[in-house]
Design a protein around this ligand. Structure first.
Ligand code: PA5
Length: 473
């Protein structure tokens, strides 16, 4: 039963000058000054919703038939296969990984089949040759369904994986191998759709206006989630809940807008060039990864929409509470004043782990007895929050009453809206990624792609100053 009462909250107390102190913090009056600018950004985004690259805003509402079809195909996959392998990268992989980690058992793949109720999940988002070999060591290709996800239908990493896997299936399964592939791609662009039509794969479309990093709530994320037994309707309902909260242009009432404005001020006025996302829950650690791509690829831009050079961006980085208290926290409390820390706090965990009494002769150990890991992790989160506060470091907390499909849907949509608003405030195109192109072209050039642009790139690359032996030790 979907719990639709539980809403996530954004607590920005420690971003504000009246709670954190004046030096590196934001005065409420500054937010008020920015309010008309924020309202204009909100209205721009609302006006354009569903059009251009804002197609993802409608995903909570326009997928009724698709969801039913996904559930039908997922039921077949759940009963027929013991492994489900996603072939995809970037926006076609980070969402499925994040949602699986958030909403399924932390050792899902190791559970006995009857407890899992569906196939093991592998998301192959790299082309490390050892990784493909390792995957093939642990799956039985005949009992595996492969889901090829690529919006462009052309990504070399994903299509090379497709070539390997389809070749294997043809050899090991033979006739009917096509039943073991699901394609998720654009309805007309790219090669995967052409291949899918030719081979007759089960195919789901990534709608127009839904870019890779904004695609978790379309079949990109919904297919793997449904195959792993996740309530995809609750995910979408959670997103709709957040969307409703983002309908107002009042910066003090719209959580994603407030967050975008605070980050904008933090970046522009206070030089907070880094945002550390620090969930205090293992289940949310890959949500931080997913956010990092969303924020980095959307906002890291050389020019504004009018072409003015700005070299803009705030570097997102992930950290895990409590693990990284013992690794990164020293830097956050005493290093440069260039970071905002975003905690993600879970109020009620799905399990309680009591700590037994013992070691009474050692009071510093014995005091833990009778408490729970739930209390300890929250105490440590509060301790870290306090340490940052005491050091005058800007931090904020996103609170999840509990981790479920409904709150995760809200969280994903919150971050997406915040990114769209931030793009608007900064007047940059948050939906393209021109900076990734040079590397793509250069790597194809290295591989000897005969197309003209790659030949030219190869010439350019060989024209670089040669490597000096004295610089290689
Ligand atoms: O956000 C993006 O657009 C990118 O990260 C893409 O998701 C990534 O490059 C993979 O692209 P595709 O889905 O076309 O294979």
């Amino acid at each position: 039963m979907m719990d639709t009462k539980k809403q996530i909250r954004l607590d920005v107390n420690h971003m504000m000058a009246d709670t954190l102190g004046m030096q590196y913090a934001i005065a409420a009056s500054t937010v008020d000054e920015y309010a008309p600018f924020a309202a204009a950004a909100q209205r721009q985004v609302q006006t354009r919703r569903g059009t251009g690259w804002l197609g993802w805003m409608e995903l909570p509402y326009n997928q009724e038939e698709i969801v039913a079809e996904i559930e039908r195909v997922a039921a077949r996959v759940r009963s027929d296969y013991e492994a489900f392998v996603v072939l995809g990268i970037g926006g076609s992989a980070l969402g499925p990984i994040a949602v699986q980690q958030a909403l399924n058992h932390l050792h899902y793949n190791e559970l006995p089949a009857e407890k899992r109720g569906g196939p093991r999940l592998y998301v192959e988002d790299n082309i490390d040759p050892e990784r493909m070999a390792a995957l093939l060591d642990v799956i039985d290709v005949k009992r595996t369904c492969f889901c090829v996800i690529t919006k462009s239908g052309a990504t070399a990493e994903t299509m090379s994986q497709y070539l390997i896997v389809s070749d294997l299936l043809k050899r090991e399964v033979g006739e009917g191998w096509q039943r073991q592939i699901i394609a998720v791609t654009d309805h007309e662009k790219g090669n995967l759709i052409k291949i899918a039509k030719e081979e007759g794969f089960d195919t789901f479309f990534i709608p127009d206006g839904v870019g890779g990093r904004f695609s978790e709530l379309c079949p990109v994320g919904l297919v793997p989630a449904a195959v792993c037994g996740i309530d995809i309707r609750a995910l979408l309902a959670g997103a709709a809940d957040m969307d409703a909260r983002c309908k107002t242009d009042d910066v003090w009432k719209n959580p994603a807008l407030l967050e975008a404005v605070l980050q904008y001020i933090a970046m522009e006025d206070l030089d907070m060039n880094v945002q550390v996302v620090m969930p205090y829950a293992d289940s949310l650690k890959f949500i931080a990864d997913w956010f990092c791509q969303l924020w980095a690829e959307s906002l890291g831009k050389r020019v504004t929409r009018k072409g003015m050079a700005v070299n803009f961006g705030q570097t997102p980085t992930k950290s895990l509470g409590v693990t990284d208290q013992h690794s990164q926290l020293q830097l956050y409390t005493e290093g440069p004043y260039d970071k905002v820390v975003t905690f993600i706090k879970v109020e009620s965990f799905r399990k309680e782990t009591p700590i037994p009494h013992g070691c009474e002769q050692f009071p510093d150990v014995a005091f833990l007895g009778g408490k729970t890991h739930n209390q300890l992790i929250e105490a440590e989160r509060q301790g870290t929050e306090y340490a940052l506060y005491k050091a005058g470091r800007m931090n904020q907390t996103i609170v999840l009453p509990e981790v479920n499909a409904y709150t995760i849907g809200q969280l994903l949509y919150f971050f997406e809206m915040c990114t769209a608003y931030a793009g608007e405030l900064l007047d940059i195109d948050a939906f393209n990624q021109p900076g990734v192109e040079t590397s793509k072209i250069a790597s194809y050039a290295v591989l000897g792609n005969p197309a003209e642009k790659y030949v030219k790139a190869r010439e350019e690359m060989t024209g670089r100053p040669g490597a000096k032996p004295e610089y290689t030790l």
